[in-house]
Design a protein around this ligand. Structure first.
Ligand code: ARG
Length: 466
């Protein structure tokens, strides 16, 4: 048995042909970075145009290059270009194909450029496009929520803290809370676009180049505001990907909270909503069941998105300046998070738009659990001038009495209430009714239908301009 054979058995595994095969497998990124083909070609065309305009390459070569790259774009889109793992990544696959098509002129494209600035600009372009897609999807989701809020601005439901019925609110108010949350995601994605709107192209490997390139021109041609100011930073920065993932993780977390509520609301025990058949499934064995699978998957997929943020943060935390191959690990996180988030938002928008709201069940639940106890305490403060702490105490005794009698707070008689505090008058019943409690919460941002409608109107205007 030769030494070679022994060691190969130890580390070869399924990589039959030894170190070369292992290296190829760990090194290649074409299986996933092929997604960047359009950005890669766009970046190369812009770069070649700049090279021709600055006289670094001839106009004739540039024409061949651009023509060849456009042919490759069509080939990839038609699925007729075979990618090779031997050629490692999308950049080398495209360049090799260009050489097949146009010969030696292809070799001039990579003048004053490195794969380091090339991959940085490709991924930035991709992430920026995706950010615009996310912004549109967020607007769609907010619109669906606004529509439900408008329908249900006065539909009473219990508001919860600690998952215990706390005070009555309206379903419209609840929907509007999510509009606020998703609007912050929208503003986060726009902030991220602002910051990533700088081009790394032309930083070359890390130090810039001695060729008389025009980085402002390529930045403009690719739709960036300006070139990045430091060549080292240009090739080593992945903040744009991290910011995208951070935004995605927060947005996914919001979607997950809404999904969790939808799951709870659609249980027979709550019965607040019914999901449409298109967003739920039946059970193969229990005919009575209707499972909220889409909502559960939105909740479940949040784990992936959040994981991708932690994954890339962990890759980046060990990176000395500038580029290291570790950074090739940025792409799968970004691609999977983007695909997952797009799907989650589409499913959530569909669920929100299609679900049936059971206002009667919500109202019934809002009236149970002495949900207007705070209104009783507030009345004691307002009408009898009691300090709030004392009013709280009196109300506690009223709740205890109601529990003894197995009735809800508003069903206690005036005599019952007066036995606790003789100053109480029949006026109290006006605040104990759930509907009145709702109407009275007119403070800015409160749940009174009049306030909720104000917010809906203002959001509709803002969204139309967004
Ligand atoms: N596939 C590489 C990546 O995704 C491209 C950059 C390679 N640069 C290099 N110096 N090896 O990061």
């Amino acid at each position: 048995m030769s030494d070679k054979k022994t060691s190969n058995q130890m580390w070869g595994g399924r990589f039959a042909s030894g170190p070369a095969a292992i290296m190829e497998a760990i090194n290649a990124s074409i299986s996933f970075d092929r997604k960047l083909y359009a950005q890669d070609i766009r970046g190369s065309i812009a770069h070649s145009e700049m090279l021709a305009q600055t006289g670094i390459i001839s106009a004739a070569d540039q024409e061949k290059i651009a023509h060849g790259l456009n042919t490759i774009l069509k080939e990839i889109e038609a699925g007729s270009l075979e990618f090779s793992t031997k050629l490692e990544d999308i950049h080398m696959n495209v360049e090799a194909r260009l050489a097949d098509l146009i010969g030696p002129a292809a070799g001039r494209l990579h003048t004053a450029r490195s794969r380091n600035d090339q991959v940085a600009v490709d991924l930035r372009l991709w992430v920026k496009d995706e950010c615009f897609r996310v912004a549109e999807a967020l607007k769609g989701l907010m619109t669906a929520l606004l529509e439900r809020a408008e329908e249900h601005a006065a539909t009473v439901m219990p508001g919860f803290t600690h998952m215990q019925a706390a005070q009555p609110v309206t379903f419209g108010h609840h929907c509007m809370a999510y509009v606020e949350m998703f609007s912050r995601d929208l503003s986060r994605v726009r902030d991220a676009i602002e910051r990533m709107d700088e081009s790394p192209l032309g930083a070359a490997a890390l130090a810039g180049t001695s060729f008389p390139i025009d980085r402002h021109q390529t930045a403009r041609a690719l739709g960036f505001r300006e070139p990045m100011r430091n060549s080292l930073d240009s090739v080593s920065d992945r903040d744009f990907a991290l910011e995208f993932l951070a935004m995605a993780a927060i947005c996914a977390t919001h979607l997950s909270r809404l999904a969790e509520e939808i799951i709870i609301w659609s249980t027979p025990q709550f019965g607040f909503i019914r999901l449409s058949d298109s967003f739920s499934t039946g059970s193969s064995i229990m005919p009575q069941k209707k499972n909220p699978d889409a909502a559960e998957l939105v909740r479940g997929k949040t784990g992936r998105v959040n994981g991708h943020l932690v994954g890339l943060l962990t890759v980046m935390k060990g990176m000395p300046l500038t580029y290291g191959k570790d950074m090739q690990e940025d792409k799968e996180s970004v691609f999977d998070a983007a695909e997952t988030l797009d799907l989650m938002m589409a499913a959530m928008t569909g669920m929100v738009a299609d679900m049936t709201v059971n206002a009667a069940a919500m109202k019934k639940a809002a009236g149970s659990g002495h949900a207007t106890a705070t209104d009783l305490a507030d009345w004691l403060v307002r009408t009898l001038g009691l300090p709030f702490r004392e009013a709280h105490h009196v109300t506690g005794r009223a709740v205890a009495l109601a529990e003894d009698k197995k009735v809800s707070l508003e069903k206690l008689s005036l005599e019952d209430l007066q036995s606790i505090n003789p100053g109480i008058t029949s006026d109290i019943f006006s605040v104990l009714a759930v509907q009145n409690s709702i109407k009275s919460r007119t403070s800015f941002g409160g749940t009174a239908p009049s306030e909720v409608r104000k917010q809906i109107r203002s959001w509709k205007k803002r969204l139309a301009k967004a």
